[in-house]
Design a protein around this ligand. Sequence first.
Ligand SMILES: N[C@@H](CCC(=O)N[C@@H](CS)C(=O)NCC(=O)O)C(=O)O
Length: 264
Amino acid sequence: MLELYQFELSPYSEKVRLILDFKGLEYRKQEVTPGIGQFEVFRLSGQRQVPVLKDGSEAIADSTAIAQYLDQKFPEPPLTLADPQQQALNVLLEDWADRSFATDVRTVLLGALGWDPSLREAALPNQVPGPLRNLVSAVPSEVFSVLGSGVGLSPETLRTARLNLEQGLQALCQRLQNQPYLLGDRPVLADLAIAAHSLFLKFPTTAAIDIPAGLRGRGIPGLVDNPDYTVFFEWRDRLYRDFRRGAAVTPPSSGNGPTKISID
Ligand SMILES: N[C@@H](CCC(=O)N[C@@H](CS)C(=O)NCC(=O)O)C(=O)O
């Protein structure tokens, strides 16, 4: 059986899980402990990052390489498009998702918090507004071992990331105005990559990801609740409903704070 070496809350791992589910493939998750567990990842693949897909004696690192491997070995349904011009856009959009979008989402999440993990509890009551505090106080510490600490982000970096993200979301909404998926009437790699990298913009409700109950369906205030981006979040939630295995879990009723969980 296929084995996925992963972090549960890594967007790149989520991208591969979405691809595996989209193709209807069975696989086993091998959760890697950040730090010590990455020695095993290195032993397998010659590099330390997750995701790594193990297929028998083969170990494939990097979500894009894994996507290409799976599409070649299990062609149906395809992640690519037959029309070369459309396929070029598919490649470019996936790369944008993995670099620009992924970085901006991470920066906006960390930056919105003025993040320093060691000061988190101390800083929260004074510096973070209500809805954001509710969100943040429920974020498990594992998220921050994936995201990094965010220490040293300048206000200019934060502003630029927020603007980039808003511009990207507007462009994606534009593409989704008249078609169900980003490049037509079926999802392709670009859809799955962008959906996966929106993990921290809005936590999905699927039971397939081990997310604290208080976070399901919640996201960054000012973005998830902005009507300008409704089309984007509807597309993301539809994609999860139709293709991600594991039923949706009803999030806690809005207005209440999330379930508080202990943070290191
Ligand atoms: N280009 C890689 C990026 C993977 C990546 O950034 N993985 C992060 C988790 S989201 C990681 O393993 N971080 C731990 C580290 O760099 O040591 C891909 O597409 O898979």
